[in-house]
Design a binder for this molecule. Structure first.
Ligand code: HEC
Ligand code: HEC
Ligand code: HEC
Ligand code: HEC
Ligand code: HEC
Ligand code: HEC
Ligand code: HEC
Ligand code: HEC
Length: 422
């Protein structure tokens, strides 16, 4: 009897000790530092290359998206973007990682883990440290600041904050694999693989917008932070919640394994992961829009309903033209409303609807908001009516050349009458 008790006691100590060691590392994901849901308490991260052996199609799709390329070694960066320049004063030997560089912009991390903010021949000039892919120009990101890489929770797979990467002073936290890999969304997969894979076998699937929203957010998801009249980037989740599609999930429209943006591994945008177009669910608007002037000119639903009202990189962009498509969708045609507003404490937020300057004026730059507002209502079925041609000019005394003469007649009569009256 006593022996059994002792065995149970030892066994429980052993179990607690084992759980203790495995859970020593607390994995988190997203801005809210949410703990990762573990498919199995003993599971560890394996990396996307391991998943590829059985899920090649998913792997190939994923490789065309931006998710894998968030944080790259110099060699990886040069493989996907051979023309990527370096900030002035640096060679590739000074670079530990390239930060971004897939779709919008690139920043650079030095060998101590800090984000480079000083450039120039002597590395003493502040700024010119962010390379913008669309404009091919440098701009200033936190110029001159001592800037740690504290971004792993949204950029990498298996992020944790128990230690810092390679013991580097400039890096906050650590990760198991770089980029948003399979296991960032599906949880660590060692047990799934050990059991030969299979549906429901030690793997996580989360289909909610809130899950994608752990990373596609900027703090409190009930607010849409903005800057200089534009929506700030990585806010697709709060945008979705503010608009009419809060009832949908991201994956109602998106294939989670494919991207949509034009990027280094999707240069023409051909690998488009949109699995349900607007027209699928909005057949009434599709029918109205069909045959309209703009439909015939090649304008698409997304051109007006998902304008680039959001800004990621900066550069010499046009007015009302950022570089990330907004997910607010609803257009307010009122001429007196603005996309963003400021609170008493000077903070700027987006209102939750698209205004007609953003929806219309990037294609109609010579027009103004009043014009856009006037035509916006009923714009789906708008057909431009050709103006009625003016009547053909008549010849002779009534023709256009005779008009000034005819106009003079009353003046002459008046002059004669005035003389007579005097
Ligand atoms: C950004 C998050 C995300 C990433 C990264 C991701 N997945 Fe998925 N995956 C999902 C979601 C969400 C679903 C459910 C899709 C659905 O039901 O429409 C899913 C479904 C699946 C399925 C089963 C259902 C199906 O569509 O056949 C497999 C298998 C799968 N993923 C494998 C992978 C592999 C392998 C990788 C890496 C190469 C990967 N996933 C990367 C989010 C992700
Ligand atoms: C030894 C082969 C094998 C490997 C390696 C493997 N899987 Fe699977 N996995 C399968 C099989 C078989 C299925 C069931 C059929 C299917 O859904 O494709 C499956 C299903 C899945 C599903 C869907 C689960 C569900 O409940 O519907 C996901 C998600 C998934 N795998 C993710 C991964 C990830 C992530 C990795 C890498 C860490 C991985 N798999 C590695 C064989 C494998
Ligand atoms: C809450 C999650 C989150 C945090 C924290 C975060 N990011 Fe991001 N970042 C994203 C998402 C999502 C995107 C892509 C979507 C978008 O920009 O709208 C992105 C895009 C980027 C890009 C552009 C990538 C490309 O291919 O062009 C860069 C560069 C970047 N982030 C740098 C940073 C830096 C530096 C930090 C830390 C100081 C940081 N991010 C913190 C989620 C995050
Ligand atoms: C762990 C954080 C994280 C999660 C979870 C996440 N994303 Fe992302 N997502 C990012 C980052 C970071 C980028 C920027 C990648 C880059 O530019 O290199 C990004 C970029 C994207 C892009 C634009 C790039 C492209 O390939 O077109 C789309 C679309 C996207 N994510 C959709 C989703 C969807 C849908 C989900 C949920 C199924 C999701 N993401 C979940 C972090 C995340
Ligand atoms: C999966 C189906 C689905 C897809 C795809 C879809 N929508 Fe919707 N849409 C909805 C639903 C559901 C609502 C909410 C209707 C409601 O609130 O009654 C909605 C509402 C809207 C509204 C607001 C309607 C109103 O009365 O104010 C707009 C605008 C809109 N969608 C535009 C779009 C555009 C543009 C696209 C393509 C980028 C699109 N939708 C794609 C299902 C969809
Ligand atoms: C030229 C710009 C433009 C294009 C292209 C466009 N829309 Fe709209 N859409 C608008 C405007 C502006 C409104 C708001 C009208 C109002 O408030 O009276 C609107 C309203 C809507 C609504 C809300 C309900 C309604 O009918 O007013 C839906 C849903 C919608 N659009 C879907 C679509 C779909 C689907 C397509 C593509 C087939 C599309 N739109 C193409 C500008 C556009
Ligand atoms: C109603 C459909 C719909 C829903 C819901 C939706 N998206 Fe999108 N998303 C789109 C479309 C359409 C595009 C543009 C595709 C293109 O460029 O042709 C897009 C583009 C994107 C982009 C790239 C933006 C750019 O400028 O290229 C990101 C990132 C993204 N979506 C993330 C998300 C996330 C995260 C969610 C959920 C919080 C989500 N989306 C929900 C339809 C949707
Ligand atoms: C993607 C670009 C694009 C967007 C966005 C766009 N338009 Fe247009 N629009 C066009 C093109 C191209 C034509 C010329 C069609 C033709 O004349 O053959 C046009 C023609 C017009 C015309 C008739 C020509 C004129 O000058 O009188 C009106 C009115 C109009 N658009 C209103 C709008 C309104 C209102 C919006 C926003 C709700 C809008 N457009 C958004 C591209 C766009």
């Amino acid at each position: 009897m006593n022996n059994i008790r002792i065995i149970i006691l030892f066994a429980s100590i052993l179990v607690i000790a084992t759980i203790g060691t495995v859970s020593a590392k607390e994995y988190v994901i997203g801005d809210q530092k949410t703990p990762v849901v573990m498919p199995d308490p003993t599971a560890v991260y394996m990396g996307a290359e391991k998943c590829k052996t059985c899920h090649k199609e998913k792997y190939d799709d994923w490789k065309t998206s931006g998710h894998p390329y968030k944080l790259m070694t110099p060699d990886e960066a040069k493989t996907i973007r051979s023309d990527l320049p370096l900030p002035e004063g640096y060679t590739w030997n000074d670079i530990l990682y390239v930060l971004g560089g897939w779709g919008w912009k690139a920043r650079f991390i030095d060998k101590n883990g800090f984000i480079i903010t000083k450039t120039g021949p002597n590395r003493d000039k502040n700024g010119s440290n962010q390379y913008n892919l669309e404009t091919k120009k440098w701009s200033n990101y936190e110029p001159g600041a001592v800037k740690k890489y504290d971004c792993t929770k949204c950029h990498n797979t298996g992020s944790s904050y128990d230690s810092n990467h390679m013991g580097l002073l400039g890096i906050v936290g650590d990760w198991e694999f770089r980029g948003v890999q399979c296991e960032a969304c599906h949880g660590p997969g060692s047990e799934h693989i050990a059991k030969g894979g299979g549906k429901g076998v030690a793997i996580v699937i989360n289909k909610s917008s809130a899950f994608c929203g752990l990373c596609h957010v900027r703090g409190d998801p009930s607010k849409i932070p903005a800057k200089d009249g534009f929506i700030d980037h990585h806010e697709q989740y709060p945008e979705l919640l503010a608009g009419p599609h809060k009832v949908l999930q991201c994956i109602s429209c998106h294939n989670p394994h494919k991207g949509t943006h034009k990027g280094a591994t999707n240069p023409t945008g051909a690998a488009n992961g949109i699995k349900q177009e607007c027209e699928t669910c909005h057949s009434a608007q599709k029918a109205k829009f069909n045959g309209s002037t703009m439909q015939k000119a090649g304008v698409k639903c997304t051109d007006c309903h998902m304008p680039e009202a959001t800004k990621s990189a900066v550069g010499d962009l046009k007015k009302f033209d950022g570089d990330v498509k907004t997910h607010i969708f609803r257009i307010n045609t009122d001429v007196n409303v603005n996309l963003t507003y400021k609170t008493a404490d000077g903070k700027e937020y987006a209102t939750g609807y698209i205004t007609v300057d953003f929806a219309c004026l990037t294609c109609h730059p010579e027009k103004n908001k009043e014009w856009a507002s006037k035509y916006a209502k009923g714009v789906h079925s708008f057909v431009k009516v050709a103006p009625t041609p003016p009547p053909a000019p008549k010849k002779g005394i009534c023709g256009p050349t005779a008009m000034p003469l005819i106009a003079i007649i009353p003046v002459i009569i008046y002059a004669i009458l005035r003389r007579k009256l005097k």
